[in-house]
Design a protein around this ligand. Structure first.
Ligand code: ZN
Ligand code: ZN
Length: 168
């Protein structure tokens, strides 16, 4: 014991003091975890809501496209709104993936791989342009580069041999 003025801790034995300190650390961890869970739920809710709107607009657009000539103006509006929402959705995703622990919101629509669980040999996200280039609709969801390669191989196999000869 020292000669300094007694503090609250001096009255405690080591085991009790340890329990208090350890308990505080646990409380902090638990609070962090709860905050993280709430934040994740909020982001997922926002993302789900944005997706719902994009899908709804996509459906409306498809219907509108059938009558494109009669509803040219509405189609243009829907197109613009769809592009805007795609940006909004990308921003939500960036926010979800950027901060804090890994949050797996994005998954490949073909193989189901995610940021945290990539394909064997590694993969990334195919861009919208890459998807369009192989005849896929990027609005259908995320696609990983491994599945993009599969798609390219599938298309190659479907070509006649003489076309394959002239490729590259
Ligand atoms: Zn994939
Ligand atoms: Zn993958």
């Amino acid at each position: 014991m020292t000669d300094t003025a007694p503090t609250a801790f001096d009255k405690l034995d080591d085991a009790t003091a340890e329990a208090i300190l350890y308990g505080e650390a646990l409380d902090a961890v638990t609070a962090d975890r709860e905050r993280e869970t709430r934040r994740r739920a909020e982001l997922e809710a926002r993302l789900g809501w944005a997706w719902g709107r994009v899908e709804q607009l996509h459906r409306l657009l498809t219907v509108a496209e059938a009558a494109r000539d009669r509803y040219r103006h509405q189609v243009d509006l829907a197109d613009a709104e769809r592009a805007r929402l795609a940006e909004e959705l990308a921003a939500v995703r960036a926010a979800a993936n950027g901060a804090g622990p890994v949050i797996d919101l994005a998954a490949c629509r073909r193989c189901g791989c995610t940021e945290a669980r990539a394909c064997l040999g590694g993969c990334g996200w195919a861009t919208g342009a890459e998807q369009l280039a192989v005849g896929l609709d990027p609005m259908e969801g995320d696609l990983c580069t491994a599945c993009l390669q599969d798609r390219i191989r599938e298309r190659d196999r479907a070509r006649p041999w003489w076309q394959r000869m002239f490729r590259r």
